[in-house]
Design a protein around this ligand. Structure first.
Ligand code: DX5
Ligand code: ZN
Length: 227
């Protein structure tokens, strides 16, 4: 059974108190810190760069899951690896060479993952699955926190888990966007095991209770489905 991990996205944190906000979710049970890097080109928003990742690395105890939503990612793999990224995920839509990117990330000692936008078919993964440790499926259109979960993602998650099973891969399937107490059980039952949660965690008044409840719902669903 794959391990459930909850990855709060700091996109919804209070940036004026970022160090405290990171320590707070870690003390509340977070497994990873999800960092949304956006460049205003690949997505219509500008957020965090390598300097902030470096600052986060100084306070975080858990691995940094760095989600690159940028044009030309190959130019920045070294920069984010140097800044302290532990996992680096790149969009298959961000350039013609996702296969090379995965090798570049692994070559820097980071865990490579690829990300698919909601409209991108799973067939783009056919020749990539053996090169990556994880696949992240976007369940919102990337760019902003607090959006509604796109229901058709469930079918996609289930199909990817089925493919991984058929190919004998212990693939981590991460889901990003609209993960909340109301959606997480269905997402886990479909086959995901890593859950990014931005507004659901940082928008709540009790991080510990929220993370515990997300984890409990995910584990119960995965257990029932025997994923
Ligand atoms: C969206 C980002 C997400 C975002 C999720 O482009 O990749 O990681 O922070 O936010 P919620 O959990 O609020 O949908
Ligand atoms: Zn993200």
């Amino acid at each position: 059974m794959p391990t459930v991990a909850i990855a709060p996205s700091i996109l919804s944190a209070d940036f004026g108190r970022l160090a405290e906000e990171i320590q707070a979710v870690e003390e509340a049970g977070a497994d990873l810190i999800h960092i949304d890097v956006m460049d205003g080109h690949f997505v219509p928003n500008i957020t965090i760069g390598p300097l902030v990742v470096k600052a986060v690395k100084k306070v975080a105890k858990t691995p940094l899951d760095v989600h690159l939503m940028i044009a030309n990612p190959s130019q920045y793999i070294d920069v984010f690896a140097d800044a302290g990224a532990d996992w680096i995920t790149v969009h298959v839509e961000s350039g013609p060479h996702p296969h090379r990117l995965a090798g570049q990330i692994r070559g820097r000692g980071c865990r490579p993952g690829v990300v698919l936008n909601p409209a991108t078919p799973l067939s783009t993964l056919d020749y990539l699955l053996d090169e990556v440790d994880l696949v992240m499926l976007m369940s919102v259109n990337p760019g902003f926190g607090g959006q509604k979960f796109i229901e058709s993602s469930l079918r996609k998650i289930a199909a990817l888990r089925q493919t991984a099973r058929e190919r004998g891969l212990q693939l981590d399937i991460e889901v990003d966007g609209g993960v909340a107490a109301t959606s997480i059980a269905a997402i886990a039952a479909a086959g995901a095991n890593i859950f990014v949660a931005g507004s659901a965690v940082y928008g709540s008044s009790d991080y510990r209770a929220t993370i515990a409840s997300l984890r409990q719902r995910a584990e119960a669903a995965i257990w029932q489905e025997g994923i």
